[in-house]
Design a protein around this ligand. Structure first.
Ligand code: NAD
Length: 254
């Protein structure tokens, strides 16, 4: 039985994970965490997310919960995630991190801490996006330098970071395959007389509107043809299900 502690349990994603623990065989919710001062702290995690009473209270401290747990799933905020990863590292508890928006320093810290516990970090937990990530490099190499790469992402109005972590991961997959550095060739939006497109540019454009769960389009524009890969997530449950699947896989790793 996989005993899960969910961080960000009152949030959109954490809430979806909490609900899905009730529908997934072999998985049990053993702890729920949210930020200090949240009105959800002290309440029943199931009632908070509309899943009915589960007998697990939302806590603002992760440490006391880790003894009886098998793994952590975290969908919160970069600073919070680092704190949870530190707690996971101290107790060698496997952790799946779905939070996005980490800066380079924070990513380096995650890498360092991940030597002390099994850690899976993915900006997108959907199986479809991960498949896309695994094939894009080959597509880019086959098409070669003469195809312009543009990535458009669309998300709900509440999303805090842009471009999305997934758009950056897709951009990195293409950039690496073409021997480019996304930090140097990535262009986030355009305005004014920007001149002709540089051949090596990788455009990253962000749309924020309504309740869009998450859409990513990778365009390879050549002369006379355009190839597009589109991924649309229809429900947050896609990511939540993927995160639980990732935790089930992670606990089996050495
Ligand atoms: P949300 O705002 O609905 O929920 C965030 C949760 O984190 C809330 O419960 C909030 O109280 C908690 N939180 C925020 N700051 C905190 C802090 N300092 N300490 C402890 N808890 C804190 O957001 P969301 O839509 O659920 O997204 C959460 C994260 O997951 C974002 O980074 C988002 O981009 C990412 N996300 C990832 C995927 C994926 O597949 N990897 C999918 C969707 C969203």
């Amino acid at each position: 039985m996989l005993g899960l502690v969910v961080c960000g349990a009152g949030g959109r994603m954490g809430g979806a994970v909490v609900r899905l623990t009730q529908q997934t065989k072999g998985v049990r919710l053993v702890g729920a965490v949210d930020r200090q001062g949240s009105p959800r702290v002290g309440r029943d995690a199931g009632e908070v997310v509309g899943a009915g009473r589960l007998g697990v209270r939302v806590s603002d401290r992760i440490e006391p919960l880790l003894k009886g747990s098998t793994a952590i799933i975290d969908f919160t905020h970069p600073k919070a995630s680092l704190g949870y990863l530190k707690a996971a590292a101290k107790t060698a508890t496997p952790i799946v991190i779905g939070t996005t928006g980490f800066n380079a320093r924070e990513l380096a810290e995650i890498k360092r801490l991940s030597r002390r516990t099994r850690t899976l970090l993915s900006a997108n937990m959907s199986v479809g996006v991960n498949l896309l990530l695994s094939v894009l490099g080959r597509v880019a190499q086959t098409l070669g330098e003469d195809y312009d790469v543009e990535i458009i992402e669309a998300h709900h109005r509440y999303k805090r970071d842009a471009p999305s972590g997934t758009a950056l991961a897709l951009g990195r997959a293409v950039a690496e395959a073409l021997g480019r550095d996304l930090d140097r060739v990535g262009v986030c939006g355009r305005k004014g007389v920007v001149g002709e497109r540089d051949k090596k540019e990788i455009g990253l454009l962000s749309v924020r509107a309504g309740d869009i769960v998450g859409e990513h389009t990778v365009t390879f524009g050549g002369l006379g043809e355009r190839i597009e890969f589109i991924h649309r997530a229809h429900s947050r449950d896609t990511f939540a299900r993927g995160a639980i699947r990732a935790a089930q896989w992670l606990v089996k790793q050495k």
